[in-house]
Design a binder for this molecule. Structure first.
Ligand code: ACO
Length: 440
C-alpha cells in the first residue's frame, strides 16, 4: 500500500558539462518531496564513459524511498512524514511499525488486525530452542541473534517466496514478532535462566521486558513507566533511512535472498561500534573515564588521531546540528531515573559533563559533532537493569521493522535491480603468468 501523503519524484533534464573537455551529457535532475535535488547518473557511463567515485556513499542516493526523511542540518526526522517527536510522545511502537510498513497510520480495525498478525507469531518453532545449546555460554547476544534470525529461513519455508505479496507479509509479521523472543532468549541463555515464552496479553515492549526479566518461579510485576520508556526507545530506533545496516539489508535483498537472511545481514552490519554497537561502547567509555576530572585527558586522546579513539555516541554522517532522537532520549533518561527513584546517577552526571565539555571544544564545533541517539540510551537501559551486552540487541529489535519496511519497499519497486557498485582499479596492469622457478 502506498501513502496518500507522498507525491513521488519529479524529473527535469539538466546538461552536465565536464570541465577541461568538450564532453557533455544530459542527466535528469530529480526532485523528491523534501531534501536536495539529485542527479540521476545512470546514463553517465554510457554517454561519457566515466563512473563516479563516492566511498562511504556520502553524496550518493542509492534508492528512491517513501519511508523516512532526515534533514541533518535542521535536526529533522520524519517517519512517513510524521515528526519523530510527535510519534515518540503520542504513538507507540506497534502503530509506528504499521506506519513504516504500510505508509499511513492505521484506523482502529487495521490496527487490530495488525496487532493480531504480530502477536500470532511471537512464539518460536520448538526446534529453534535447541539452537541455543550450540552456542558457548559466553557468546555475545548479537552473535546469537545474528545466527538464529538467519536460521529462521530454515524453518519457515512458507514465507520465502519474495515475489508473493502474502508471503512477504507473513515474513514481516514473523520477523517483527519473533525478534524480541530470539533476543530475550539469547540473554536468558547467557545467564543460565529458563527461557520465558512470550505473553500475548502484554504490549510489545512490556512483553519484551517480561521475557528478559521474568522467571518461572515468581510472579512478574511490570512497571508501566518502564514499559513506556522501552516502547519509546523502540520508536526512536525503528528506522533511519539508508544507514549502513539498512543499506546492507537492501543490498542483500537486491540479489533475491530471502527476508530472514537479509535481516541477519542487517544485524551483522548493525553490530559494529561505528553504528549500533555505539550504545554499548558509550557505557564502556564512561566506565573508562570514571570521573569528571578525567574528561579533559580523554578528550585530548580523542582529538589525537593516532589514538584511533572516538568520542562514542558523538557525531553522525547526516546530523550536523543535533540528533532529534538524542534530545528525546535525554529527556526519557531523566524520566526513567526519576521513576526509579535514582536521584544521583554518577554516570549520567559524567555523560552530561562530557557533553558540555565536548560541545564547547573547537574540535567538535568545527566538525559539527553532536551527541547522537546512542549517547544517552545506554544510561537509560542500564538504569532499567538491561545488561550492556543487550544494548545493541535492543537496537536490532527496534530496527527490524525499519529493515523489513525498506526491504519490502525495495522488492515492490519495479526499478529494483541487483546492487553492484563499481570501483577505481589501482592494482597491477595486465601481466603474464611466470612459472615459480623463473620468478624473482
Ligand atoms: N569523536 C572524535 N572525532 C570524530 C568523531 C567522534 N565521535 N566523529 C567524527 N569525528 C571526526 C573524524 O575523525 C573526522 O575528523 P577529520 O576531519 O579531522 O578527519 C571528522 O570528525 C568527520 O568525521 P567522519 O569520520 O568523516 O564522519 P563519518 O560521517 O564518516 O562518521 C560516525 C560518522 C561513524 C557516526 C562517526 O562520527 C563516529 O565514529 N562516531 C562515534 C561512533 C558512534 O557514536 N556511532 C553511532 C552513530 S549513530 C547510529 O548508528 C545509531
Amino acid at each position: 500500500m502506498s501513502s496518500t501523503a507522498d507525491k513521488g519524484a519529479t524529473k527535469r533534464s539538466v546538461t552536465v558539462t565536464l570541465d577541461g573537455s568538450n564532453r557533455s551529457a544530459s542527466l535528469p535532475l530529480v526532485s523528491g518531496t523534501l531534501g536536495p535535488d539529485v542527479f540521476d547518473i545512470r546514463k553517465l557511463h554510457g554517454e561519457l564513459g566515466v563512473f563516479t567515485f563516492d566511498p562511504g556513499y556520502g553524496a550518493t542516493a542509492s534508492c528512491e524511498s517513501r519511508i523516512t526523511y532526515i534533514d541533518g542540518d535542521e535536526g529533522v526526522l520524519l517517519y512517513r512524514g510524521y515528526p519523530i517527536e510527535q510519534l515518540a510522545e503520542k504513538s507507540d511502537f506497534l502503530e509506528v511499525a504499521y506506519l513504516l510498513l504500510n505508509g499511513d497510520l492505521p484506523d482502529a480495525k487495521q490496527f487490530e488486525d495488525f496487532h493480531q498478525g504480530v502477536t500470532r507469531h511471537t512464539m518460536l518453532h520448538e526446534q529453534i530452542r535447541r539452537f541455543y545449546d550450540g552456542f558457548r555460554r559466553d557468546a555475545h547476544p548479537m552473535a546469537i541473534i545474528c545466527g538464529v534470525v538467519g536460521a529462521l529461513s530454515a524453518f519457515y519455508h512458507d514465507s520465502l517466496d519474495i515475489n508473493d505479496a502474502r508471503q512477504r507479509e507473513i515474513a514481516a509479521f514473523r520477523l517483527i514478532a519473533k525478534v524480541p523472543t530470539i533476543a530475550a532468549w539469547a540473554y536468558k541463555y547467557s545467564i543460565g535462566q529458563p527461557f520465558m515464552y512470550p505473553r500475548n496479553d502484554l504490549g510489545y515492549a512490556e512483553n519484551f521486558l517480561y521475557m528478559l526479566n521474568a522467571v518461572p518461579a515468581e510472579q512478574w510485576q511490570g512497571n508501566p513507566i518502564l514499559s513506556r520508556a522501552m516502547d519509546r526507545i523502540l520508536v526512536l530506533h525503528a528506522d533511519h533511512e539508508q544507514n549502513a545496516s539498512t543499506s546492507t539489508v537492501r543490498l542483500a535483498g537486491s540479489t533475491g535472498a530471502n527476508p530472514y537472511a537479509c535481516i541477519a545481514a542487517g544485524i551483522a552490519a548493525l553490530w559494529g561500534p561505528a553504528h549500533g554497537g555505539a550504545n554499548e561502547a558509550v557505557l564502556k567509555m564512561l566506565a573508562e573515564i570514571e570521573r569528571p576530572e578525567n574528561i579533559p585527558a580523554f578528550i585530548d586522546g580523542v582529538k589525537d588521531k593516532s589514538s584511533h579513539h572516538k568520542l562514542m555516541g558523538f557525531g553522525h554522517r547526516v546530523y550536523k546540528n543535533f540528533d532529534p532522537r538524542a534530545k528525546i532520549m535525554q529527556q526519557t533518561c531523566h524520566e526513567v531515573l526519576r521513576e526509579l527513584g535514582i536521584k544521583d546517577e554518577p554516570m549520567l552526571d559524567l555523560a552530561m559533563e562530557l557533553e558540555r565539555i565536548a560541545l564547547s571544544d573547537d574540535y567538535f564545533i568545527q566538525r559539527k559533532l553532536y551527541p547522537n541517539v546512542d549517547f544517552y540510551s545506554g544510561i537509560i537501559l542500564k538504569a532499567m537493569g538491561i545488561p550492556t551486552s543487550m544494548f545493541t540487541v535492543l537496537f536490532a529489535v527496534a530496527r527490524t521493522v525499519g529493515w523489513v519496511s525498506q526491504w519490502k519497499e525495495m522488492i515492490e519497486d519495479p526499478a529494483q535491480r541487483i546492487g553492484r557498485p563499481r570501483q577505481i582499479y589501482t592494482g597491477a596492469p595486465q601481466r603474464d603468468y611466470v612459472p615459480i622457478g623463473r620468478r624473482g
